[in-house]
Design a protein around this ligand. Structure first.
Ligand SMILES: [Zn+2]
Length: 76
């Protein structure tokens, strides 16, 4: 049973959650109860398998993890 690290996107509090089954929905924050937790990928780069994190817009320096051919292409 893997333990995943989450960060609440409502209050910013990090917490761990023990998953008992696959595809378990994201847990609610133990501090504020918001169901806006984002899974942390501690052993992988944020560029791998992201999607739950807010991606920076392509237009502002570099690009998002999707390696768009041109600025803003990821929004299409
Ligand atoms: Zn919270």
């Amino acid at each position: 049973m893997p333990i995943y690290e989450y960060v609440c996107r409502a209050c910013g509090r990090p917490f761990e959650h023990l998953h008992r089954r696959l595809n378990e929905p994201a847990p609610a924050c133990p501090a504020c109860g918001a169901k806006k937790s984002a899974k942390q990928l501690s052993s992988f780069s944020a560029k791998v398998g992201g999607g739950s994190m807010d991606m920076p817009p392509c237009a502002s320096g570099g690009c998002c993890s999707r390696k768009c051919p041109s600025a803003g292409a990821c929004k299409l």
